[in-house]
Design a protein. Structure first.
Length: 354
């Protein structure tokens, strides 16, 4: 493949790594500046730093990270709102070109994301790798967050990063099956190839994510199983090459099942693809012709009465009508439930958006 790993969006600074959970200040960590106040959601001290000591909420810390990013990362919407009201720019970026919305996506911080987006944050803002908030949410498996920004703020769930990878590529690579299901429900393109020629199924196979591969196989076609990346690997071959025996076995079986349609002409080949309608039509036509020639128009039989003739030709007419209906039923597309378009949503989409 073009690259053996996908670079994950950087979300933690050394300050954050020293305290893995910043959802509060349970250990009594000293709040010394606006950055720690924002990270811990200490709104009282943040007010003091800004209003009494004149510190700016628009300036980054020593690592280039902004107070609004810390508040968004740890889902403190009131703190984020205060920072915005006092000069924080919702679209300001750090050294990696990441906005506060990117940081909210890392933790799936829906409340903070609402504050940002309602204050004018660009939902399609991309960092230096081309990652949008939808990519980051898929990378970390925050399915609810992803659905929220897609349904409420129109985020593009099929957008591409700098390597032509969509959120579905990332969800498959990371093995988040629920995120994959959401993206497939939203009609994401699972056959799209990135710059290395890899589909989402390739990336799921690369990491040996059996559940992710299962979801993609069930929702996909034979084409996804047989497509090759730029090095000539199919998903099954890639899983085998990386030593993921379970995923390789699953993908090989799925490919074999599709191949059986070509090998077995009677059971799963011709009959499997066309159905039994031609056979039934042939039987009906044969029986109708035999009935007319052997009964209604037979020269060796006594002349039939009008009543018997009426019943006989009625049977032939019913057979002809059955042929017409059988042809229509076997040749017509049964259709599908149309997906939502524009401002109109299906009941399923409305349910997803609750």
């Amino acid at each position: 493949m073009a690259s053996s790993e996908i670079e994950i969006v950087a979300a933690e600074s050394p300050n954050q790594q020293n305290s893995n959970s910043l959802s509060g200040n349970p250990n009594g960590v000293e709040i010394t500046d606006i950055f720690s106040a924002s990270a811990y959601g200490d709104l009282g001290k943040l007010r003091r730093f800004v209003e009494e000591e004149g510190m700016s909420v628009a300036k980054p810390d020593g690592n280039g990270y902004l107070p609004l990013q810390w508040a968004s990362l740890n889902n403190f919407p009131e703190t984020a709102q205060y920072i915005i009201e006092h000069g924080g720019d919702v679209n300001d970026t750090d050294n990696a070109k990441q906005t506060a919305l990117h940081w909210a996506a890392v933790r799936g911080a829906i409340a903070a994301a609402d504050v940002l987006l309602q204050s004018g944050a660009r939902v399609e803002a991309a960092d230096m790798n081309g990652y949008r908030a939808a990519h980051v949410a898929a990378q970390y498996g925050h399915t609810a967050f992803l659905n929220h920004i897609v349904s409420k703020f129109g985020a593009d769930f099929d957008s591409l990063d700098n390597d032509d990878r969509s959120p579905l590529h990332w969800a498959a690579y990371k093995g988040f099956a629920d995120t994959i299901r959401l993206l497939l429900f939203r009609d994401a393109d699972q056959g799209r190839q990135d710059k290395g020629g890899c589909t989402p199924l390739h990336w799921g196979a690369f990491r040996g994510n059996a559940e992710a591969c299962t979801v993609l196989v069930h929702a996909g076609t034979k084409q996804e199983l047989t497509v090759k990346d730029k090095l000539g690997f199919t998903p099954a071959q890639l899983a085998s090459d990386k030593g993921h025996r379970h995923a390789a076995f699953l993908l090989s079986n799925a490919q074999r099942k599709h191949d059986n349609h070509c090998r077995d002409k009677f059971c799963t080949g011709t009959i499997g693809s066309t159905g039994y309608a031609p056979i039934l039509m042939g039987i009906i036509i044969t029986v109708a012709v035999l009935f007319v020639n052997s009964v209604l128009a037979a020269p060796n039989f006594a002349k039939i009465t009008a009543v018997v003739g009426l019943w006989g030709w009625t049977a032939v007419s019913l057979a002809a009508g059955s042929l017409i209906m059988l042809y229509r039923c076997s040749s017509k597309d049964p259709g599908y439930v149309k997906k939502s378009s524009g401002g109109t949503e299906t009941e399923n989409t409305q349910f997803m958006n609750m």
